[in-house]
Design a binder for this molecule. Structure first.
Ligand SMILES: NC(=O)c1ccc[n+]([C@@H]2O[C@H](COP(=O)([O-])OP(=O)(O)OC[C@H]3O[C@@H](n4cnc5c(N)ncnc54)[C@H](O)[C@@H]3O)[C@@H](O)[C@H]2O)c1
Length: 364
C-alpha cells in the first residue's frame, strides 16, 4: 500500500462535497486521487474545486485507476450495492453511504464478495459517532440503565422531504424511512448493544405531497434545488411508524417523517431500563436514588470537534490498515436493511413479519 491510501469518490453530489471530501482532506494517511459521476461535468467541477487530480465520467474508468485503493460511494441508494460489488471485484476497499443497499438480500451478496476479496466493506452509519450516541452507549455498556426493555426513537421533520431522486422508489428504495429512519433505528440499536430484530409491525404513509419551499429546510439533490414548489413524495413514504420486537425481549418503537403537520422538527431516542431511563437529546438520565427520582443532566460539547463522517472515515481507514476494529460491520448493514425491509413488507401486507421468514425479502 502506498504511503497514503488512494481514494476514489463515486457520485459527485452533495454528501460527497460537504462530508466525504472534507473528511478525507483532514486525514494524513489518505489522498483523494479521483472522482467519478455519470454527469461528467459534476465530477470535473468537484475535482477542480478540491484539487483532485482525475475526474471520470464512468465508474468503470475510476475502478481501472490503479491509484484508487478505496472508494467512497455517494450515489443514489439503488446504486449502492451494484457499485459496492463492482468496486470489491476490482479489488478496492468500500466505504458506502447509507442506506447500505435497498434490501438485506443485496447486502448479503455484497458481504460475500467482500469476504472473498479480503477487502474492507464499511457502511457510513455516521450518526453512531455522534458524541451523545457514544456517551449514552457508555452508560448502557456499563450497566447503568440495567435491562433496557423498551426504547423509542424518532426523527420528525415537518417540511423536509428532499424531492428529486429521493422520491423515486426505483432510485431510493423508499422515502423517509430508508432515508432518515435508517439513522435513528441504527443508532438506537447500537446504543442498546446490537440486539437482533425478531418481529416487526410497520405502517407507512404518503400524504403530504406538495408544499412551498419557503417552509422547507432540507437537503435536496442538485436537479431540484431552487424550485419554488414541487411534489415531495411521489411514490414513497413521507411518514412511517413501527414496533420492533428484539431478541433480548425489548421493544423498539419508531416514528419517522419527512413531512408531518406537527409543531416543529424533533429527533430523539429514549431508553427505559430497570435501573435508569435516558433521553438522548439533550442527554439525561432518570433514576431512583434513595427513594427519590433524580434527573441527571450530562453536559455535552456544543460543537463536537469532528463530524460523524470524519470519525467514520477515520475508523474506515484504520480498519483497512488493521489498526482498529470497525465500528460498523457488514452484518450491521444486513440487520438495518432487514428492519427496513420488514417495515415496508409489514406496511404492504398489513401484518407483522418475522425476521428470517422467506416472505420478508420476497414481499418487497
Ligand atoms: N450519512 C448521511 O447523513 C447522508 C446525508 C445525505 C445523503 N446521504 C446519502 O448519500 C447518497 C448521495 O446523496 P446526495 O444527497 O449527495 O445526492 P445527490 O443527488 O446530491 O448526489 C448524487 C450524485 O450521484 C451521481 N450519480 C447518480 N447515479 C450514479 C451512478 N450510477 N454512478 C455514479 N454517479 C452517479 C449523480 O449525478 C449525483 O451527482 C445517498 O445515498 C444518500 O442517502 C447520506
Amino acid at each position: 500500500m502506498a504511503e497514503k491510501i488512494g481514494i476514489g469518490i463515486i457520485g459527485a453530489g452533495g454528501i460527497a462535497e460537504y462530508a466525504h471530501i472534507p473528511a478525507y482532506l483532514q486525514q494524513s494517511d489518505a489522498r483523494i486521487v479521483a472522482v467519478a459521476d455519470v454527469v461528467p461535468e459534476r465530477a470535473q467541477a468537484l475535482a477542480e474545486k478540491n484539487g483532485i487530480p482525475r475526474a471520470y465520467g464512468t465508474i468503470e474508468d475510476l475502478l481501472l485507476d490503479p491509484d484508487v485503493e478505496a472508494v467512497s460511494i455517494t450515489t443514489p441508494n439503488a446504486f449502492h450495492a451494484p457499485i459496492s460489488s463492482a468496486a470489491l471485484e476490482a479489488g478496492k476497499h468500500v466505504f458506502c453511504e447509507k442506506p447500505p443497499a435497498i434490501s438485506a438480500e443485496e447486502v448479503r451478496r455484497v458481504k460475500a464478495l467482500a469476504e472473498r476479496s479480503g477487502k474492507t466493506l464499511y457502511y457510513c452509519l455516521n450518526n453512531r459517532f455522534r458524541p451523545d450516541v457514544m456517551q449514552l452507549r457508555r452508560y448502557v455498556q456499563n450497566g447503568e440503565l440495567g435491562e433496557i426493555y423498551y426504547a423509542k426513537t424518532w426523527t420528525i421533520r415537518r417540511r423536509g422531504a428532499p424531492g428529486g431522486w429521493f422520491a423515486n422508489k426505483q432510485m431510493s428504495g423508499g422515502g423517509a424511512l430508508i432515508d432518515i429512519g435508517v439513522h435513528c433505528i441504527d443508532w438506537t440499536l447500537f446504543i442498546m448493544g446490537n440486539p437482533q430484530p425478531v418481529e416487526i409491525f410497520g405502517v407507512t404513509y404518503s400524504k403530504i405531497k406538495k408544499y412551498d419551499l419557503e417552509d422547507h429546510r432540507t437537503w435536496s439533490p442538485p436537479e431540484v434545488r431552487g424550485q419554488a414548489q414541487m411534489d415531495r413524495a411521489v411514490d414513497v413514504d413521507d411518514m412511517a411508524t413501527a414496533l420492533i420486537r428484539l431478541d433480548n425481549g425489548a421493544t423498539l418503537s419508531v416514528e419517522v417523517s419527512w413531512s408531518l403537520n406537527v409543531e416543529q422538527d424533533h429527533e430523539n431516542t429514549e431508553l427505559f431500563g430497570t435501573r435508569a431511563g435516558a433521553s438522548m437529546r439533550p442527554l439525561k438520565l432518570f433514576r431512583d436514588e434513595y427513594g427519590r427520582m433524580v434527573n441527571l443532566e450530562v453536559k455535552m460539547p456544543e460543537r463536537p470537534p469532528a463530524t460523524g463522517h470524519s470519525r467514520a472515515i477515520r475508523n474506515f481507514l484504520d480498519t483497512i490498515q488493521g489498526k482498529d476494529k470497525p465500528v460498523v460491520t457488514p452484518d450491521d448493514g444486513i440487520r438495518i436493511m432487514q428492519i427496513l425491509d420488514g417495515i415496508y413488507a409489514s406496511a404492504e401486507s398489513g401484518k407483522s413479519v418475522t425476521i428470517g421468514a422467506k416472505s420478508l425479502v420476497e414481499a418487497r
